[in-house]
Design a binder for this molecule. Structure first.
Ligand SMILES: *Cc1c(COP(=O)(O)O)cnc(C)c1O
Length: 407
């Protein structure tokens, strides 16, 4: 398998900015994907939560196919009969007044940054070019040159400077640090309700609620990055709803495209969205009718198939089973809904465990050196979770044995 011609081609003609597991996927359906040799794998990654609906969901493929024969790309120079319906549904389901469509998550975050800065100057009264945005250590908000200015990961950042001014990071989960960091020039606090790429880090209970109060008190926009945690992944439509928090704005992406297309949104109240006027912001592909049709169908399927309740119930089941493994190799099981991280003791390698799981037909990827991510499509069943647990148990036992032999 590792000498596959396709792997060779990617290595020869592709940039070396990823380190994929040695498997070449050719087909997907539901929670499963298949490789070149027809071997089946259970997808515990779901493309970092972009495939919450499962691969090739029939209703979403049908929506894509139907729209693709009608109208696909016209740019925002014209209205279409799809975009308004999509924006309306997204606003209704999340409780925001208006939404601005983009494609990737990073573009939606960039939109949030631009909105926050312009809001600071035109509404809050921050002096020109002095607005500050606060984010958290360990964050992941995307890969643009502005956004990586927030990063505390040397890998994401080193060699890509100089970075944008007016960005600041504080410790995650630390409300006192936020209080200390806020100044009259603070435009916004940008935060993930659970840090996904940071290692599935769940902040202390009450953190988001306290952030919301503090932001309100100081006229600072609370912007939640729900690109990974949103749309049911954690067992609520939005992860901030676990603390009954309605932020000033959110960004959505990943699962919004139904596992078929990049579709993202910046959502906020009208007073903030009004900072954008014709010509101030845009995207050639953002809000195209094909993406709008797929996004609308993606929202519909989440609701229709009760995937949010399912994520809550099965997430609870999955975490319970993981904790019951009670292995000396596992340091902690954490997460919410079907966004789960298993932290292993640092003498073991998460990557090695992922490779052993791959052999047994489970696809997942480590985040940092010691966290294994379990974030399957929300349509997963208890039996499929049981299978995963069984395979993980086998892998853990063999890893413990082999490490014992090394000593
Ligand atoms: C994936 C992700 C992004 C970036 O999305 P892209 O579509 O890769 O640009 C931003 N924020 C969070 C929390 C993410 O998980």
């Amino acid at each position: 398998m590792p000498d596959s011609a396709m792997i060779h081609l990617e290595h020869t003609y592709g940039a070396n900015n990823y380190d994929p597991l040695p498997v070449v996927l050719v087909r997907g359906e539901g929670v499963y994907v298949w490789d070149e040799e027809g071997k089946q794998y259970l997808d515990m990654m779901s493309a970092y939560s972009a495939v919450s609906h499962g691969h090739c969901h029939p209703a979403l493929v049908a929506a894509l196919q139907a729209q693709s024969t009608q109208l696909n790309i016209v740019s925002r120079a014209f209205y279409t009969n799809k975009l308004g319906l999509f924006l309306q549904r997204a606003c209704e389901l999340t409780g925001f007044e208006q939404a601005l469509p983009m494609n990737t998550g990073a573009e939606a975050v960039e939109t949030a940054i631009k909105a926050a800065r312009k809001w600071a100057y035109t509404v809050k009264g921050v002096p020109s070019d002095q607005a500050n945005i606060i984010a958290c250590a360990g964050n992941f908000h995307g890969r643009t040159t502005t956004i990586i200015g927030f990063s505390t990961e040397p890998e994401y950042k080193n060699g890509f400077g100089p970075f944008s001014a007016g960005l600041q990071t504080i410790p995650y989960g630390d409300i006192a640090a936020l209080e200390k960091a806020i100044t009259p020039h603070t435009a916004a606090f940008l935060v993930e309700p659970i840090q996904g790429e940071g290692g599935i880090i769940v902040p202390p209970t009450g953190y988001l609620k306290a952030c919301a109060q503090l932001c309100k008190q100081h006229n600072v926009l609370l912007i939640c990055d729900e690109i990974q945690t949103g749309l049911g992944r954690t067992g609520k439509w939005l992860a901030c709803q676990h603390e009954s928090v309605q932020p000033d704005a959110i960004v959505l992406g990943k699962a919004l495209g139904g596992g078929l297309l990049p579709v993202s949104l910046f959502l906020t109240r009208k007073e903030v969205m009004d900072v954008f006027t014709p010509g101030t912001h845009g995207s050639t592909f953002g809000g195209n009718p094909l993406a709008a049709a797929v996004g609308l169908a993606a929202l519909h399927v989440l609701e229709q198939e009760n995937l949010i309740e399912r994520a809550e119930k099965l997430g609870f089941y999955f975490q319970k089973k993981l904790k019951a493994l009670n292995s000396p190799l596992i340091k902690e099981v954490r997460g919410r809904g079907l966004l789960i991280g298993v932290e292993i003791n640092s003498q073991y390698s998460a990557k090695k465990i992922c490779l052993a799981l791959l052999k047994r037909g489970i696809l997942t990827k480590e985040t940092h050196a010691t966290v294994i991510r379990f974030a399957p499509p929300l349509i997963i069943t208890e039996e499929q979770i049981d299978f995963t647990i069984q395979m993980l148990e086998e892998v853990i036992n063999s890893v413990i044995l082999s490490v014992a032999k090394d000593h």
